[in-house]
Design a protein around this ligand. Sequence first.
Ligand SMILES: *Cc1c(COP(=O)(O)O)cnc(C)c1O
Length: 233
Amino acid sequence: MTIIGTNLPTVHQRIARACQAAGRVPAEVTLLAVSKTVAAATVLEAYGFGQTAFGENYIQEGLEKINQLRELPIQWHCIGPVQSNKTRLVAAHFDWVQAVDRFKTAQRLSQQRPANLPQLQVCIQVNVDGSAAKSGVSPQDALALARQVIALPHLRLRGLMSIPEPAPDFAAACATFARVKALFDELNAHGLALDTLSMGMSADLEAAIHCGSTLVRVGSAIFGGRPLKAAIL
Ligand SMILES: *Cc1c(COP(=O)(O)O)cnc(C)c1O
């Protein structure tokens, strides 16, 4: 068995256990395999083990893999920041964009989404722990941005995404994830019909699932450690 062939079932098992502990069913949680820095051949290998949703941070690197694997029914998520000069390529080649945090980007993505493709699925990235280095809209601005995004014809707003600072333990991770979940519920109480709460990574997916995550973004637990350059970005 290859490393991916043993890692993927282990991650599925972690998700199943976390769901069980939280009184949820595993079907509520999508596993997104984060394939940044991983070769297309490795993505193909994971696909062979049944993994169909992949996330890429770096646009150019993602586009190369999307192109190489274009015959396969893979769902590609752009999970990194999207600069204005990259929106056209992202709108043309990805299925999801998870890190929308300003209206201008959303507007460009909608304008540039090719008419023959379904709506681009988007999440708004929220910055709940106020970390200065990270992108993401502040919780108090999320509702206004969500309403603007919903009005765009070629986007479909699916939910929220968050990348909190690594927490020392389960309780600390939960405290932050619970804030994202509360914001998610608040937006839905305003009638937004969001169904996707993207939070949780290799180190903290259990806490995220405990707090209501519906999509965990897992890289190293599937593919092994990344080179340091990628890990610090
Ligand atoms: C790299 C990355 C992940 C995956 O991180 P791991 O700790 O390797 O699971 C998830 N989300 C985002 C936005 C990332 O950049």
